[in-house]
Design a protein around this ligand. Sequence first.
Ligand code: ZN
Length: 164
Amino acid sequence: MKVMDEKTTKRAVAVAETGSMATLSGGTGGQPVGKVFLADLVGLTGCEISLNRLEPGIGYPFRHKHKRNEEVYIVTSGRGTLYGDGVAYLLVSGSVVRLSPDVDRCLTAADDSPLEYVCVQAPEGAMPYRYTDDGQVTGSAVPYPKTFPMPARVQQRLKALGLE
Ligand code: ZN
């Protein structure tokens, strides 16, 4: 893992290379759990995101809950089980789980599979709008040759802004 430029985190665009999720724990013979927090790495100000890997058969040795933050677990590879208030939820690649702050939780990888996931945490209720209300189209010209077809609603916005 490397940060492209230490000063990058103070700039508008911050880039960091964390490497493959499989290398988070050091692979075979490495640490049983790997975790990288991204807030400091790229200067996040509204949420915390971590990249995580549990080796097969390994789970966190404690349960926890949060004071303010809701969490979303997004499984990117492998299998495991999340326990939320004592209920077991089986996780596979593609599983997405949202947990309220006060849910008592713990997590384990399956005995025969690692579990790789992204965890996003942000203050519950801190985003009272949908992302589609926040993004603002700024133009149609892009520096690459292939795009998917322009969605009709974006076309209408560009036209209204005189940017088509
Ligand atoms: Zn947590």
